[in-house]
Design a protein around this ligand. Structure first.
Ligand SMILES: NC(=O)c1ccc[n+]([C@@H]2O[C@H](COP(=O)([O-])OP(=O)(O)OC[C@H]3O[C@@H](n4cnc5c(N)ncnc54)[C@H](O)[C@@H]3O)[C@@H](O)[C@H]2O)c1
Ligand SMILES: O=C(O)C(=O)C[C@]1(C(=O)O)C=C[C@@H](O)C=C1
Length: 311
């Protein structure tokens, strides 16, 4: 077993992502000490029962004190409050990072509070499930998944390399891009699919006459796939929508135009147009499989068996 990469890692927020980090840090011996903090005493107690860390505090500053690496894993709307809380405790030379699903807003919220001498490197692991809370995490979550960094112009390359090595040892592949590009890309590949899922399941639920009977009884696998995404954490996704508003609205506008065109093809019986589109989109899935990316959401199946999640 190699030497720990960091003496002390502080995890602020111990839900799905924070607790998955705690588990993989422990399993792969990435830290000498894991300090856990979350604002809810009940969640903290549960983290302690699960033995996720070495010390526990509801005060994030207490956990962050003397830490070499601080990872903020809270809903993106709470980023500024957390940054303000931990700033006075951060030590010179520490690396401060996050896992938030949006990046421009997190940078705007956190950067003004980061003290001189602390390396702030925003990050986002593209790995998750629809579950939340400390029971939901598992050490394999980040395996063969991307972790994207959106470094700032003055980011120290050595700190970036050290954080990259940390995530590689968690199983992830690393990429970097600017925050605006990240937000636009994630709007189409992650945020829109969730919004569409929330919307279609909401529409089905509004059809009161069928909901309690036919929708549940006959839900085919296509609809079931949507219900998984639509079961994702409401706080997290409210914050994603509010904090990546411009990119999401841009992608929704394009989506709506394309949907109107599809609607028109169906109305006018334009089979050729429908066939061409469906052929093109089938090729997209094949490209994902050929690129070696997992497409069948293996995480949530495996996790559901091993760690029945509390939501
Ligand atoms: N769930 C996913 O699929 C996924 C994937 C990648 C990134 N993310 C991002 O990771 C972050 C955490 O998501 P999660 O799925 O682990 O959520 P979660 O709901 O499972 O956990 C969130 C944690 O943050 C804590 N928290 C909430 N507000 C807080 C505050 N003000 N101060 C301190 N702690 C606070 C909660 O107690 C909990 O421990 C979010 O920013 C999300 O966008 C989520
Ligand atoms: O697999 C899922 O359930 C997810 O929602 C994970 C997912 C995604 O859209 O791929 C969700 C949000 C994140 O920021 C990153 C990953």
């Amino acid at each position: 077993m190699s030497e720990p990469l960091f003496e002390k890692v502080a995890l602020v927020g111990i839900g799905l992502i924070g607790s998955s980090l705690a588990r993989v840090i422990r399993r792969n011996n990435l830290a000498g000490h894991i300090a856990i903090s979350t604002r809810s005493p009940d969640t903290l107690k549960r983290a302690e029962e699960l033995g996720l860390g070495d010390s526990y505090a509801t005060d994030a500053a207490h956990a962050a004190r003397d830490a070499d690496l601080v990872i903020v894993s809270v809903p993106v709307g709470a980023s500024e409050a957390v940054a303000k809380q931990i700033a006075p405790a951060l030590k010179e030379g520490a690396i401060l990072t996050d896992v938030g699903s949006t990046k421009t807003s997190v940078i705007t919220q956190m950067q003004p509070h980061v003290p001189e001498g602390v390396h702030f490197i925003p990050g986002h692991p593209l790995a998750g499930t629809e579950k939340s809370g400390p029971d939901a995490g598992f050490a394999e979550l980040f395996e063969n998944r991307w972790c994207i960094f959106t470094p700032l112009p003055d980011t120290d390359p050595d700190a970036l390399e050290k954080l990259s090595e940390f995530w590689r040892r968690c199983g992830a592949n690393i990429d970097t891009m600017d925050a605006a590009h990240h937000d636009m890309t994630l709007a189409i590949v992650s945020h829109l699919p969730h919004i569409i899922a929330y919307n279609i399941v909401g529409t089905a639920d509004d059809l009161q006459t069928v909901t309690k009977s036919e929708v549940i009884k006959y839900s085919a696998s296509g609809f079931r796939d949507f219900t998984r995404l639509a079961a994702s954490d409401p706080t997290m996704w409210r914050d994603v929508c509010l904090h990546n508003k411009d990119a999401i609205l841009e992608m929704l506008a394009r989506f709506s135009e394309d949907l109107a065109s599809l609607q028109r093809a169906i109305r006018w019986g334009d089979g050729e147009k429908l066939f061409d589109l469906f052929t093109r989109t089938r090729a997209v899935r094949r490209s994902i499989i050929e690129a070696g990316q997992e497409v069948d959401a293996p995480n949530f199946g495996r996790q559901a068996v091993e760690h029945p999640a509390k939501s």
